[in-house]
Design a protein around this ligand. Structure first.
Ligand SMILES: CC(C)(COP(=O)(O)OP(=O)(O)OC[C@H]1O[C@@H](n2cnc3c(N)ncnc32)[C@H](O)[C@@H]1OP(=O)(O)O)[C@@H](O)C(=O)NCCC(=O)NCCS
Length: 186
């Protein structure tokens, strides 16, 4: 009862600090870390649950939830009923997470490379490409979703996968670099 109240209070604190809309049905167990440039938008839907306390996840958490919005244009949108367990979402432009999607412990999702890499064509700027994750996607523990990736509805991302390319809806992708597992044939 008290923890439910505190979880609703934590979500209110995040909404106040991010300038976002608060829904009383959100539950944030433990306070997430919020890094936000003025103007950046953190949009969190109804009934979203975020776990930032190690004991609340059956495999433990290695970190609190981190929302990192690094430019004034950045948007992180998390749709209704999504669940986040001690993961990082870091946006310079846009990360969208669909309704009912579950993001596992230690997952890292970023729409940028964080540093200007000395690659041909980058001109000293940080590469940025939006990340879109569909509805009811399951992202296993410690997976990494890199810039420019779109993951279709109901896809499953295996634990520890490094996802560098799109994953179609209703498919499973595993490994580093993540590859789609061929559907079983009878
Ligand atoms: C992705 C996952 C759900 C797939 O389970 P599954 O459908 O039972 O898949 P299978 O065990 O039949 O494996 C299918 C193939 O993918 C491989 N595979 C499965 N998971 C893998 C992973 N995480 N990394 C690399 N390869 C993996 C298997 O070795 C197998 O390959 P093969 O056909 O060459 O032998 C599961 O393996 C997984 O990663 N579970 C972890 C979930 C998790 O992180 N939960 C905690 C969240 S906080």
């Amino acid at each position: 009862m008290i923890s439910t109240f505190l979880a609703a209070l934590n979500s209110l604190i995040v909404a106040l600090r991010s300038g976002g809309v608060w829904h009383r049905c959100q539950r944030f167990y433990g306070l997430p870390i919020l890094i936000r440039q003025p103007g950046a938008r953190l949009e969190i839907g109804r009934r979203v649950v975020a776990l930032s306390k190690p004991r609340l996840n059956e495999i433990g958490l290695i970190q609190p939830v981190v929302f990192s919005l690094l430019t004034p244009e950045a948007v992180i949108h998390i749709d209704d009923d999504a669940g986040l367990s001690g993961c990082t979402l870091s946006a310079r432009r846009e990360i969208r997470v669909g309704q009912g999607t579950m993001i596992g412990s230690g997952v890292l999702i970023m729409d940028h490379d964080a540093h200007a890499l000395p690659l041909p064509g980058t001109h000293g700027s940080v590469a940025v490409k939006p990340v879109h994750i569909g509805r009811e996607v399951f992202i296993g523990a410690r997976a990494i979703i890199l810039k420019g990736v779109t993951i279709g509805d109901h896809a499953v991302i295996g634990a520890g996968a490094v996802v560098t390319h799109d994953v179609p809806a209703h498919h499973v992708a595993v490994g580093n670099p993540a590859r789609v597992v061929p559907p079983e044939t009878e």
